[in-house]
Ligand binder design. Structure first.
Ligand code: SF4
Length: 340
């Protein structure tokens, strides 16, 4: 059985269900790299170009962890799955960069897909997926079935992540919990926080230095930007004087704007990646909006490969402490951006 390697980094956190289902249905073994570890990070930093963002660097480590175990690597050149807005340009060039930097890689399957580009709609998606399928089987029924099942798996995945407006309002009224249940902290008020950032940071505990667990242990109930109802994100984006074309930054900024307006959380934590172009645009807009309306404090944490867990924990503790004190002491709350 052929083995197809899928690096557990970047877009894996958006499309894992679709990709693994597709390759399994084609009769191959989809091998996903292990969760990020210290060794993966070490290999990443050693082999990736210095100027890359931390998330892209980590991708290198995941590729290296897979390269000797698989027959192929699946690294799509992904432009966008939205008809107008685009992903990060790094996603498009990554496969070629890896091929040039690491000479002994197995064959890379790298279909190019960009729905925002005219012509790349459903039929183009089908054609490209079909072409990938032909590498493993000549049976058209098997390929078509694999595509249908993969698309269905992705839709189900979205259904489990995305919440609707009613669920959001229930969470805002503390009638439901959406993530890890917060620990009870004696004599302390339970806090609500919006945790926003890229899915590959929010869902990779090593990359985000265990922030989800830290929040949970401090008695914080949180919601993430990737869970937010899409209609609310679009509604917030319509309020800008310009169109923000980066799809995933729309998710991040839209979530921040929603909570600044609704004031239904005690604070917002924005996880940013050092040297990320799209993040710096969304981050700057968020910081300006927050300075104009500072009721809901915004903490922007900038991560890179040098960030230490202890530094992050100290920042989180100080932020939570400030939010708790603010209720009793009318503390002046400010937007804070820290490179940890
Ligand atoms: S969006 Fe930012 S963090 Fe993500 S890959 Fe692009 S530059 Fe890196």
């Amino acid at each position: 059985m052929k083995k197809v390697g899928i690096p557990r980094a970047l877009l894996y956190y958006k499309f894992s269900e679709m990709w693994t289902t597709f390759f399994k249905e084609l009769g191959t073994e989809a091998v996903v790299s292990p969760k990020t570890t210290k060794q993966i990070k070490f290999d990443s930093v050693k082999n990736a170009p210095d100027e890359d963002c931390y998330s892209t660097k980590l991708y290198f480590g995941h590729v290296l962890a897979l390269k000797d175990q698989v027959d192929y690597l699946f690294i799509p050149r992904f432009g966008s799955d939205h008809h107008t807005y685009v992903g990060c340009p790094k996603f498009i060039g990554l496969a070629e960069v890896l091929r040039s930097q690491i000479p002994d890689l197995p064959e890379i399957i790298m279909p190019h897909y960009n729905k925002a580009k005219s012509g790349h709609r459903k039929i183009a998606f089908f054609r490209k997926a079909y072409k990938v399928g032909l590498k493993f089987t000549k049976n058209p029924i098997k390929i078509i079935r694999a595509i249908i099942k993969a698309v269905k798996a992705q839709k189900n995945h979205y259904k489990t992540i995305l919440i609707d407006e009613e669920t959001l309002h229930k969470w805002e009224r503390s009638e439901t919990i959406l993530n890890e249940p917060p620990r009870y902290v004696e004599n302390e008020r339970q806090l609500k926080i919006a945790l926003v950032g890229h899915s590959y940071v929010l869902n990779d505990p090593y990359s985000a230095l265990g922030i989800r667990t830290s929040l949970q242990e401090h008695g914080v109930d949180f919601i993430t930007s990737e869970q937010m109802p899409r209609n609310l994100i679009d509604k917030q984006m319509d309020k800008l004087d310009y169109d923000l074309y980066f799809l995933y930054e729309r998710e991040i900024l839209g979530a921040i704007m929603h909570f600044m307006e609704s004031k239904t959380v005690d604070g917002i934590i924005h996880l940013m990646i050092f040297s990320c172009g799209p993040d710096s645009i969304a981050g700057e807009v968020a910081a300006r909006l927050s300075k104009r309306d500072p009721i809901v404090p915004l903490l922007q944490l900038v991560f890179d490969e040098l960030t230490a867990e202890a530094g992050m924990k100290t920042r989180i503790e100080a932020f939570i402490d400030m939010l708790r004190r603010s209720e009793d002491e009318q503390t002046l709350l400010l937007t804070t951006k820290v490179h940890i």
